[in-house]
Design a binder for this molecule. Structure first.
Ligand SMILES: Nc1ncnc2c1ncn2[C@@H]1O[C@H](COP(=O)(O)OP(=O)(O)OP(=O)(O)O)[C@@H](O)[C@H]1O
Ligand SMILES: [Mg+2]
Length: 364
């Protein structure tokens, strides 16, 4: 009995163990399942974790980029505010400059108004001056006309006196005293004639009335003739007057003007040379031009003389050596007449006391 009891207990205990085992097995299966689920969940979580850390890394990167961008923007902002400050400054300066310009404009317009006024006044003065000028010009022309008429009307009577004196000298037997006086009359009348001829030329030049009458003639003969006419005056001053040339040379020119040119230059050479000096007159023709030189050993020309000569009424440093008269007109007439013929005139001198040479060059 006892044994049976014991077996029954044993069986119950076994039954209980088996039931317990079954429960345990069921629990183990559940745990297994839960474990598998957990492992899957774990994997999912791992994946999620991985993705999250990737996203976190990306966010981190974006964050860094954003920070850098932020710094850049900060810098840009700083630069922009600096530029804005500068622009503000420039703006202020421009405004000031604008004000200054406005002021300057105001002043300028005031000045312009004044100038306009002055201009109007000047215009009126100009009109008055023009009127006065016109009147002066007319008065000048009137004077020149009178000068021209007077010298023209004087020319013939003076030439008559000169001719009469010459005829008397040549054909009448005169006492030495009368001969001397007649010579004086001849010299003075010739001198008066020269002055009158020059004055006529100045008058005609100023009135624009010089009319050239061209003809063909031998310039060598003309200059030689004039030289001969001056021989007597040169001899009176114990001067030697020599003429030289290489033969004839025909020019087409106004003979009266040519005479006046060389009259003036040769008379000057005698007038501005002391006694016993030599005067050489030469005519040098070449293919296209002819050059006449009147060289003296007289008082010479200073640098200032050279600068001033050939102008109207210019009496220079040299004075006449034999009491001759001097009006300062001859050379200006010479220059004008030579230039009317397309030629040129000039003077050379080594200086005061060294003599001078006057050249006239005429085209052929
Ligand atoms: N050969 C010369 N040597 C030195 N000086 C001269 C000579 N020729 C002219 N001069 C100077 O030039 C000046 C002007 O000469 P220009 O012939 O024009 O007038 P002028 O002889 O004084 O008077 P005119 O009107 O009677 O000729 C003279 O006053 C003289 O000083
Ligand atoms: Mg003279």
């Amino acid at each position: 009995m006892e044994q049976e009891k014991q077996i029954a207990v044993e069986q119950a205990r076994n039954e209980e163990i088996r039931r317990q085992q079954h429960i345990l097995e069921e629990q183990a299966a559940k745990i297994q399942l839960a474990n598998t689920e957990l492992q899957e969940r774990n994997i999912q979580l791992d994946n999620a974790n991985y993705q999250l850390s990737e996203q976190a890394a990306k966010i981190q990167l974006t964050n860094t980029e954003l920070q850098e961008r932020n710094i850049q923007l900060d810098n840009a902002n700083y630069q922009l505010s600096e530029q804005a400050a500068k622009i503000q400054l420039t703006n202020t300066e421009l405004q000031e400059r604008n004000i200054e310009l406005d002021n300057a404009y105001l002043q300028l317009s005031e000045q312009a108004a004044k100038i306009q006024l002055k201009n109007t006044e000047l215009h009126e003065t100009n009109i008055e001056l023009n009127d006065a000028n016109l009147k002066l010009e007319e008065a000048g022309k009137f004077k020149m006309k009178i000068l021209g008429i007077a010298s023209h009307d004087l020319k013939n009577p003076i030439a008559g006196i000169n001719l009469s004196a010459e005829v008397l000298m040549r054909y009448e037997k005169l006492s030495p005293q009368s001969t001397k006086m007649m010579k004086n009359i001849m010299n003075s009348s010739k001198r008066m004639l020269d002055i009158v001829v020059n004055l006529m030329d100045v008058s005609a030049r100023e009135l624009g009335e010089i009319k050239l009458t061209h003809s063909s003639f031998d310039i060598v003969s003309l200059v030689e003739d004039i030289s001969k006419e001056y021989l007597m005056r040169a001899t009176e001053k114990k001067q030697m007057l020599e003429f030289e040339s290489d033969g004839a040379c025909t020019v087409l020119a106004d003979e009266q003007c040519m005479r006046q040119i060389f009259d003036n230059l040769i008379s000057n050479a005698i007038k501005y040379s002391p006694q016993e000096k030599r005067i050489n007159i030469s005519v040098m023709p070449s293919a296209k031009k002819v050059k006449v030189a009147i060289a003296d050993q007289g008082l010479g020309l200073s640098t200032e003389d050279k600068a001033l000569m050939f102008r109207d009424f210019q009496k220079l440093s040299s004075k006449p050596t034999g009491g001759e008269s001097s009006t300062g007109l001859g050379l200006s007439v010479v220059k004008h007449l030579v230039e009317l013929h397309g030629g040129k005139v000039w003077a050379e001198s080594e200086g005061k006391g060294m003599g001078s040479t006057f050249f006239v060059e005429l085209p052929l």
